[in-house]
Design a binder for this molecule. Sequence first.
Ligand SMILES: [Zn+2]
Length: 539
Amino acid sequence: MIYINRFLVSFLALVLGIALGLIALSPPRHASVDSEGFSALRAREDILRIAVEPHTVWDQEKLDSVRTFLVERLTGMGLDVETFTYPPITDSFGHSYPLVNISASIPGKSGRNILLVSHYDSAPKKRSGEQEGSLGAADDGYGLSTMLEVARILKTRKGSLQNGIRFLFTDAEETGAYGAKAEMSQNAAAWADVNFVINIEARGVKGPALMFETGSKNRATIELFRKARQPFGYSFAADVYRKMPNFSDFTEFLNKGYAGINIAVIDDLSYYHTPRDNPDNISLSSMQHYGEQVLPIVLAYTSDLRYSNPDAFESKEDMVFFPWLPGVFVSYPTTIAWIISGIVLLLFSVWFAHKVMRKETSIGKSFFWLLSWLGMAIVALAAGLGISILLGKVKDIPWNVIYMPGIPFERFILWGLVLMAAIVPWLISFRRAVKDRENASLLAGSLALNMVVLLLAHLFMPGASFMFALPVLACLAGDFLREKTGLDWVVAIPAALVLGLFLPIVHLVGLALTIGALGILLFLAFLPLSMLGPLVSRP
Ligand SMILES: [Zn+2]
């Protein structure tokens, strides 16, 4: 009987957790053409005009037709349009061409502006093995069409805006962000009336539109980002991205000290910069998700005089932020994160003292399990690393921890191994909890391990602290509630919450970094799983 009970609790946690994870990763349904707000269907019309064929900087004739289309669309809507032309540059591939950025605006009463940026060149054939370049339907048709759709909605409010909105369509992003560089180095004064930048990108064609990059000291930035209808972003991603060598137009603005956000879909790299980035593969849900985030932010900005202050986005601290339950976007400053972690430590100490006094565990046994779980986590890390190196050797793709696209079945490999990383602690707990009455020691060891990682997160990557603080808190709460109510199944709720938090994170990090990061991913997944095993399998 106790076996059936524990099995059912585990199963309930798993099903609920997967459901929560899938909901978090689902972009919204697209709005109809006649809806008042942002409609992906309308935005698609622009993509169908832009992504007819590759329009790279190396084919100026094709690029010029996109440029002409954009200028005509913007003037047709009655916006003030300007083009900024710069002397020809020679890119790192040896090609020379002039730079022409397109700018448009809808002024507001204060003279202060929010700036939307995307690039209108498509990626040339850069990857070996590809016959042609990308058609730029997603990269950066998603950005261009989102901006045109936002412009369409905002121009109906022309004359009543408190703050204005500006649009910048950059040239030559794909070969080195030359268009944005030219604006920031040769035309900086023209952007002095801007205090917030939204860059819209694509590193794939589908899935949720993720806010993956923002400046540091971003408290006020995130407070504005919260105005999005379905805000989707993780503070740890912004921390990781800051340490990565990637660049986009947004990098140029960040370097100049602008506040803002960078949004992109990241699913999946096999479309990115290839002929498969074409209108057949665009996702209306993803496009709607860009709109559901960008439009409400723009509406909030342009209607509130508080943002007209040039320093409106200056802050002293960073935010920790992440989506959790459906419709819930959690954000709090890093000082609060420290307080939460202090509370976690305090509650753990009380819980542990209680378990020791009741002779359910001892310091020695718990410490033994802390080391055991750590050992297993390191084995998971090493196994993931080894497998990713091996896969690279087999497919002749150089191993790279952040970029290793093209491994077949990488999703299956990743999730198969994560499942194994889940089954190991679950099986150990299932057996030891009954046979050796080790349950409290197993749980104490894994909670302690997660708290050690929590401390490291605070020191080196504060945006990741929630990934360890909240699961520990959930597990402690679950164990406490079970003891108080005597109901076994209550622990399925915190277990599902932890799974629902982690599944999207593992999925997104896997998409962003590819299979090269398999070791990191397995290590990351093992940490919460080592707590959930003992939690759901106490007899
Ligand atoms: Zn791009």
